[in-house]
Design a binder for this molecule. Sequence first.
Ligand SMILES: Nc1nc2c(c(=O)[nH]1)N[C@@H](CN(C=O)c1ccc(C(=O)N[C@@H](CCC(=O)O)C(=O)O)cc1)CN2
Ligand SMILES: NCC(=O)N[C@@H]1O[C@H](COP(=O)([O-])[O-])[C@@H](O)[C@H]1O
Length: 199
Amino acid sequence: MTTPPIPGRSLAPLRVALVGSGAGSTAARVIDSGAVDVRLVLGNNSRSGIFDVARRHCLPTAHLSGVTHPDAHDLDSAVLAALVGADVDVVVLVGYMKKLGPLVLSRYDGRILNTHPALLPEFGGAGMYGDRVHAAVLAAGRTTSGATVHLVTAQYDEGPVVAQAEVPVLPGDDVPALRARVQATEKELLTDVLRSWRP
Ligand SMILES: Nc1nc2c(c(=O)[nH]1)N[C@@H](CN(C=O)c1ccc(C(=O)N[C@@H](CCC(=O)O)C(=O)O)cc1)CN2
Ligand SMILES: NCC(=O)N[C@@H]1O[C@H](COP(=O)([O-])[O-])[C@@H](O)[C@H]1O
């Protein structure tokens, strides 16, 4: 049985690993917020900005990919070992472009969060990442978009929603404009979740 937090007393920060493939702006916001104890930054793209962010904050990193580990099971094992070695409570996917494997999913079941740049369950699933998501929202003629933080399960974007935040889609919006509006809200949504949500 877990001990409920004492009302009025702040929660101990989650010990997290941030996992990403992209520019790293979401990771940077989470780190700068001080909301969590970031113990590892893990990515599959050595040129990813997320590693620059990690280096600026003197954080431990792990570069694990289909190049370092061509066999999917070996990659899954290596990711798991890095997470266990970092002694994290929660894994946070921040623009990670690859499917997490069964070993990691099993060990951290209920303790892996992902942030998606749309209002799931719409505009999610295989092929729906980055600007492709915003382009699909615009092509669909939606007047609202937003961000979703959800638990991660075996299939892309099918896990239970933890929190969502909406933004308007404005007349004349293009992908960069919508991306900027969604990502500004997304960063605050994820930071708020990490302050208050507990597995
Ligand atoms: N087991 C899981 N792994 C991941 C999940 C998940 O829900 N379960 N979420 C993704 C993040 N994501 C959306 O939020 C997402 C990322 C990437 C893709 C995708 O189609 N990727 C392509 C490859 C793209 C590339 O190599 O650049 C693909 O798999 O063909 C969809 C959704 C993170 N992992
Ligand atoms: N489906 C996954 C996906 O599209 N994730 C998205 O990648 C961006 C990462 O930006 P960043 O690299 O600047 O943090 C974020 O907007 C996140 O929602």
